[in-house]
Design a protein around this ligand. Sequence first.
Ligand code: ATP
Ligand code: MN
Ligand code: MN
Length: 484
Amino acid sequence: EKPGLELAVVSVPSYACQRHTPLLHHNITLTDALSILADNAELGENEGRGVAFRRAAALLKSLPQEVRGAEQLRGLPCLGEHSLRVIKEVLEDGVSHEVETTTHSEQFKAMKALTGIFGVGAKTADRWFREGIHTPSDLQRSGHTLNRAQRAGLQYYDELNLPVTKSEAVAIGQIVESAVHAVLPGAEITLIGGFRRGKQTGHDVDFLITHPDEGREEGLMPKVVSWLEAQGFLLYQKTTGNSYLESKEGPARPASNMDRFERCFSIFRLSTDNEGRENQTGRENQTGRENQTGREIQTGREIQTGREIQTGREIQTGREIQTGREIQTGREIQTGREIQKGREIQTGDGPQTYSPTLTNTDPHTHSDSPHPLPQTLVVVGDHAQKVSWVLGHSQCSGPRSWRAVRVDLVVSPYSQFAFALLGWTGSKLFERELRRWAVHEKAMTLSSHALYDRKRTQYLRASSEEEIFAHLGLEYIPPCDRNA
Ligand code: ATP
Ligand code: MN
Ligand code: MN
């Protein structure tokens, strides 16, 4: 009997777009390790190396069972020498030395924290790091001139690094729908990105908007944005017009990753009133009170290290908290303290205090002191309270009833809808693999706008994702299996 060889006989195709990659898989320890190395490579602007680690991780995600020994990997594609070495180390020792070194390195921690600020990329973060700026608080103190996006990113840093839940995504969807229908009845709104792939949390919420009468969607975004702004739903927005038609980007020149749709990168002000109503007093503290929302923080998954602040909503495996999306400012939340709906953080010795590391930047208060007084922890069971607690709100303003959420809006002409849908559903690696497959295996160019056949020198039309997969000679992979 050779149980070790089981996987080797399974033939696994080498492009991620040829495989089913579900959200939940069997090799999380290994993929977590590889994804840290991928993050590190990308932060060091070594894209090729990053992609190699991501491909290796994606391969492991698609396997039908847990890998227990390196011999099981024989014959599998996508596993480069470096990735294999890391995998073997983790399999044998439980950890990889390189991964440990990386996660503990000041540079990696600083780069993650700084690029965790909306509007800050690897280049900028690296420049700041070399000036001695390691955290958002350092940045705030530095007096650097920031652009509008970065100012918003810093202002809402903590909240934007809290995962957005599915129910928050649905609530945002209702607002977007109201806005779109107010300015263009008949327009269609589709939830895209990670939530379309079945994720229960995300770093943002993505929507694709179109209208069955081609042309009606033109100029839609500024109107939607005005409506949202007038209603007070926007904390930040940057709208970019459609530049597809004017672009010189012909079919011969493969489209870049960036598409040219009319789009809006924004930060929404999402009211949390509905959810907060149950404990409006913010003072309920009944030991043994049932968690009535059904949003349990699972045993053993409470705040464990001070690095993960879980929303306590349907986070099942911990995988949803992505590296880099955790709260990274080193705030200590001590092991074993539960944050539950309607309960205080219980320690048995009175109220806990907590010192925020960021200046209070809530526009509704005027506390600009860089050394805010420690805030008394009030009830933090609900997300809203948790946010105000994280931000350390001034006590006179009370817990706030809204949170900031990153939202991406994209408008596509109806004839390009299927391409836009496919291109914006992700994952990023899955998209990259689709384009690579198209070019190298089919001599076609795929973008979020179109599919061009270079041999037949013509565009291939499609009104559904299924048709695009068929044009590409690929088995249809549903969104829930695109989690490469
Ligand atoms: P998360 O849950 O963390 O938000 P996600 O998969 O939704 O994960 P996003 O960064 O929101 O990640 O991206 C969603 C999709 O949109 C991806 O498939 C990505 O390829 C696409 N996308 C993101 N930004 C752009 C862009 N500027 N131009 C074109 N496509 C983009
Ligand atoms: Mn997203
Ligand atoms: Mn997005």
